[in-house]
Design a protein around this ligand. Structure first.
Ligand code: 5RP
Length: 218
């Protein structure tokens, strides 16, 4: 099966089980960002009667949701969410993730933190034993880019500025190459201490609750 078809299948499986058939009744749904989530958003059209509104992790997803007639709320107006569905760039056997390939990591982490259940939808290429082959995205305050990069070099990483990309929050992204992340919670905690770091694309302290790969739930 092609990678795109597997993404679409994961999106269909999540929509059917967690929105169509699930306990999700008339609630507000958290929606992430990326090509896999785009398939999920398209699936939501058939369950519109069950969705009061959505909270989205990016301007791109908000626009797609609104085009389908789904209201998009500010998280502050929504309160706690029952369900958040998002993709990932890498996923280990403990459902810990690398995210942020689409530069939406900060809002994604906020919406995940505000949600009772985080369902992650991926294709099989995203599954790894140890996180780190995919460069780890870190959102930084622009004036702190070099400061943060030097700290990362001191920690043994190879930082590369994602030149030309500004996040929805007006910040920049550094992608860190060369790390084999044996202790994702420890690294996430350590990176969060660096002044100028807004958000780390490691979702280890709050991993996914459910991962769907194609039509398999793990
Ligand atoms: C965006 C993300 C995405 O979830 C991640 O990049 C996966 O994207 P795709 O579904 O297009 O493979 O973290 O910041």
């Amino acid at each position: 099966m092609s990678q795109d078809n597997e993404k679409r299948l994961a999106a269909e499986t999540a929509a059917l089980k967690y929105v169509g058939n699930g306990a999700f009744k008339g609630g507000i749904i958290g929606v992430g960002t990326g090509s896999t989530v785009n398939f999920f958003i398209d699936e939501l059209t058939q369950y519109r009667d069950k969705i009061k509104a959505a909270v989205s992790s990016s301007e791109a997803s908000s626009e797609r949701l609104r085009k389908l007639g789904i209201d998009v709320l500010d998280l502050n107006a929504a309160g706690r969410l029952d369900l958040y569905v998002d993709g990932a760039d890498e996923c280990d056997p403990h459902k810990r993730l690398i995210k942020g390939g689409g530069a939406a990591l900060t809002r994604e982490k906020i919406v995940a933190a505000a949600s009772d259940k985080f369902v992650c939808i991926i294709d099989a290429t995203k599954q790894v034993d140890v996180l780190g082959k995919f460069p780890l995205p870190i959102e930084v305050i622009p004036m702190a880019r070099s400061l943060v990069a030097r700290e990362i070099v001191a920690m043994g990483g190879q930082p590369v500025w994602r030149d030309g990309v500004t996040t929805d929050n007006g910040n920049w992204i550094i992608d860190v190459h060369g790390w084999r992340i044996a202790d994702p919670v420890g690294l996430e905690t350590k990176l969060n201490q660096i002044t100028g770091v807004v958000c780390v694309g490691l979702f280890a302290s709050r991993p996914a609750d459910v991962v769907i790969v194609g039509n398999r739930e793990i």
